[in-house]
Design a protein around this ligand. Structure first.
Ligand SMILES: [Ca+2]
Length: 91
């Protein structure tokens, strides 16, 4: 299984290489434009970040658990920004 660092690194590469800003990445993955990333949208992000299909579901759960501070099982913009800055700091 890929380490947490590998996964965070892949997400950071995806965002920095394919999007001008984290805002742009967020808007891209928020497919239904409700201003939140739900589990399926996070899985799509992980797919684009080339996270192995077998662990995508687990990783999505961990991201929601780890970054959904409001506890609504969605990652909103504030939570996404916090996650990205945490990723940037850890890498
Ligand atoms: Ca959404």
């Amino acid at each position: 299984m890929a380490s947490k660092e590998d996964i965070l690194n892949k997400i950071q590469i995806l965002i920095t290489h394919h999007f001008a800003t984290p805002e742009e990445a967020y808007r891209y993955f928020d497919k239904d434009s409700d201003g939140k990333l739900k589990r399926e949208e996070i899985i799509e992000l992980l797919k684009k970040a080339e996270i192995n299909g077998f662990i995508r579901g687990i990783v999505a759960n961990k991201l929601i658990e780890g970054y959904d501070r409001s506890g609504d099982e969605y990652v909103d913009w504030e939570e996404f920004k916090a996650a990205i800055s945490k990723i940037a700091k850890e890498s």
